[in-house]
Ligand binder design. Structure first.
Ligand code: SF4
Length: 341
């Protein structure tokens, strides 16, 4: 019984099935797990009358919390490195906003998508994280550090749609109002454009969930170089999947465009991008490239970013410049997965 991978309803069902008791004890356990520090079954008042049940549940209960082994901060952004039970490391980024905290979760150790702009992509995939390991990252920030986590973005290590079963179960647990209570409308999944994953996500029909797509180029030739996934699913296929994606009224898709000096910043690229986005309900985030270690690419200057943004504005694209905080500690977009500095 791994409580980190269970919604309250699943825990209550487990209690009924295994102990012949349901809601009363399950509700107390779930609440204590997320709200009491330190957490121990025998200290939960509802279990006081039954030492036998308390012992059984204690023996059955699992919640392997990853061990935070390193924590570094810059510009208010904190990068946490956790050691998992098998010794592998995973990273989570905590981004303070004026009135709340956003956390950037990892869904895999490494990633097999091989995007050229990304440090994690250079590691290859070591393994998927379980739903419990994903939830544990949020648990650590909210319960151990006591921060008010409002938004969750799956933009850490890994391609969440390449580990969709575990990620969707983690989202169900994150949503649970008796636990971490982070609703779907405050969760963003970021994908490199894995079309079969987008289609599976569409089939779940979670219209409040936000979807972000790393586009980075709007012609197939260049995108296939920057993002090998484009050789599997070209831009036309991706566009069709996005068009079919069920969005709640008023919601938009987020498109991410990492601007790389001399690579995807030509006026032709702006024109192709504008044409590609035409008719899609999107908001474009323009992000200046953060060179990863031994990167073959360079960051654009602020003037070059502004020039590209202006071109998009002239094409009537709704574009926001996104500043990636935490570059110095390698916690910015595309930089997770290296050694802590
Ligand atoms: S950008 Fe995302 S999908 Fe691409 S390699 Fe990096 S972690 Fe994987």
């Amino acid at each position: 019984m791994n409580i980190l991978a269970m919604t309250y309803d699943q825990l209550a069902a487990h209690f009924r099935q295994h102990y012949g008791r349901g809601e009363f004890h399950a509700a107390a356990l779930y609440k204590a797990f997320y709200h009491s520090k330190p957490f121990e079954v025998k200290n939960i008042p509802e279990f006081a009358a039954s030492a036998q049940l308390s012992d059984q549940v204690s023996a059955d209960l699992q919640y392997d919390l990853p061990i935070p082994v390193h924590e570094i901060s810059e510009e208010g952004v904190t990068k946490l490195a956790f050691r998992l039970v098998d010794g592998l490391m995973v990273e989570t980024v905590v981004i303070p906003m004026p009135h709340h905290t956003t956390i950037c979760l990892s869904s895999q150790v490494g990633c097999r998508m091989g995007c050229r702009v990304c440090e994690t992509g250079q590691m290859g995939l070591l393994r998927n994280l379980s739903a419990a390991e994903i939830v544990a990252q949020a648990y650590d920030v909210k319960v151990r550090l006591g921060l008010e986590v409002r938004n969750v973005v799956f933009m850490g290590m890994g391609e969440p749609l390449d580990n969709l079963d575990q990620v969707t179960q983690a989202i169900r647990v994150l949503n649970d109002q008796r636990g971490l209570d982070i609703p779907q409308r405050r969760i963003t999944l970021s994908t490199c454009g894995l079309v079969e994953g987008i289609r599976r996500l569409s089939a779940l029909n979670w219209p409040q969930l936000k979807l972000a797509v790393s586009l980075n180029a709007a012609n197939d030739e260049l995108r296939a170089v920057l993002m090998p996934v484009n050789r599997r699913h070209n831009l036309a296929e991706l566009r069709q999947a996005l068009q079919d994606y069920p969005l709640a009224r008023g919601n938009v898709l987020f498109m991410e465009y990492v601007l790389i000096k001399g690579v995807n910043d030509h006026p032709d690229h702006a024109r192709q991008l504008a044409r590609y986005l035409e008719g899609l309900p999107v908001r474009l985030n323009l992000i200046a490239y953060n060179p990863r270690r031994q990167s073959p690419f360079e960051a654009p200057s602020a003037a070059e970013v502004e020039q590209f943004r202006q071109m998009l504005v002239e094409y009537r694209i709704f574009v926001r410049l996104r500043h990636s905080r935490g570059a110095g500690i390698r916690a910015a977009c595309g930089q997770l997965g290296g050694a802590m500095v």
